[in-house]
Design a binder for this molecule. Structure first.
Ligand code: PGA
Length: 257
């Protein structure tokens, strides 16, 4: 996939179906009004809870450059895994993207690199783009281990994928200390890490694929700071949590390029 401008809204475990549909309606209407200024270049990904994927996919079908994504998928293709959702199920409801490696999955569900590899393989087998999330904790940054941590998180997973497979990836740098805290990485910190991530991808594959991969910033990205973050040469957009739950804020972020 060549490098794109992307804004993805990760709703996490929020909203009723009725609220979800109303929010999508507001977002698509507001963005529709902005298409005249060329905003349809931005790939917009709505990542709601599983039960709303089908309804929201239907709602955005004819909206230019809107897609749905899922917050998770299982490591297996099918079978006796009560309560789980497979990548093929996601594909069957029109899902084009899936989050893998989000820090909340790492922290609360103890998911690890080997899980991410299996989940990404399942996603790719079903033509779903993985949005692979990486990020350091505050302690890791304070002890100046952040580059080492990011190198390990990337290398442990990417080494299992060919260049052709990696060309389907989107990466998201989400410093854990910035997620849901209101504390954002500065534009300089984001740019420094995104450039570093591209250098790791160059080492693992080559400079062309590193230049082509879209790298999103996530962690308290909002309507006020998005423009500065998105103006960094290696920041290709955002993975937005809290601010994606309000139409005005999410649309302002989409309009921040
Ligand atoms: P936040 O979440 O924007 O609320 O910090 C980002 C994320 O977890 O993807």
């Amino acid at each position: 996939m060549s490098r794109k401008k992307i804004v993805a809204g990760n709703w996490k475990m929020n909203k009723s179906l009725q609220e979800a549909k109303a929010l999508v309606e507001q977002i698509t209407n507001q963005i529709n009004d902005s298409i005249a200024i060329g905003i349809d270049e931005v790939t917009k990904i709505i990542i709601p809870p599983f039960p709303y994927l089908d309804a929201i996919n239907t709602q955005i079908l004819n909206k230019p450059n809107f897609n749905v994504g899922a917050q998770n998928c299982h490591t297996n293709a099918a079978g006796a895994f009560t309560g789980e959702v497979s990548a093929s199920m996601l594909s069957s409801v029109g899902c084009k993207y899936v989050l893998v490696g989000h820090s909340e999955r790492r922290q609360y569900f103890k998911e690890k690199d080997s899980d991410f590899v299996l989940k990404i393989k399942e996603a790719l087998n079903n033509n779903i783009h993985p949005i692979f999330c990486i990020g350091e904790t505050i302690d890791q940054r304070k002890t100046e281990n952040h580059f080492k941590v990011i190198t390990e998180q990337l290398t442990n997973v990417l080494k299992e994928f060919t260049v052709a497979e990696f060309s389907k990836f989107i990466l998201a740098y989400e410093p854990v200390w910035a997620i849901g805290t209101g504390e954002t990485a500065t534009a300089a910190q984001a740019q420094e890490m995104h450039a570093f991530i591209r250098s790791i991808v160059t080492d693992l594959y080559d400079s062309k694929i590193a230049n082509d991969v879209s790298i999103l910033y996530g962690g308290s990205c909002n309507a006020q700071n998005a423009q500065e973050l998105f103006s960094c040469p290696d920041v290709d957009g955002g993975l937005i949590g809290g601010a994606s739950l309000k139409a005005d804020d999410f649309c302002k972020i989409i309009l921040s390029f």
